[in-house]
Design a protein around this ligand. Sequence first.
Ligand code: ZN
Length: 193
Amino acid sequence: MQCRETNDLIMKYFDHDISELEIEMLLKHNEKCPGCALEFDAMKEALSALEELPLLEVPEGFEAKVLESIRMRDAAVNHAQSLVFWLIGILGLIIFACNMMSFVIIPYIRDSGILLIAQNVIIYAVTGVLELLREALVTLSLSVGKLLILRNVLLRDYMDAVMMVVFAFVGMNLLLISKLKLQEDWEGLRNEF
Ligand SMILES: [Zn+2]
């Protein structure tokens, strides 16, 4: 028997899917072939070591934790799904609104003459505002003109008053001088006599 066939028998042996005759053939080959014998022994040792490992203890509440994590994952999936449904709904509403605007509302407005009325209202309002502005400007310029006239009048009256004061002062001085001169003359005359 070849080594390759023995390998197949080794696999069958550890799968517990082997006949008595095949076990006999395998063992007979191993007696003559140290390579296959070594492989068989190594596998036997490894498997028996695995069987000797203690059974893992499942920690307390392990099942509950697994179920909880599954529930949480499902909740997250549901959350994402509802978000997607919301977005689809909003998108649908926007599309519906756009369709309403372009096929119903805008044609209705165009046909009903609302635009014409709005246009007239805007023109009327703008004209009114411009009229008010014009009136305000005229009133303002008139007021400025009046103020200028008032200033000129005040200035003229002030100059008149100043001139009157100056004239009065000069006149009083002249009077004083003539009076003193008269007195001087009088005293001169008296000294002569
Ligand atoms: Zn062999």
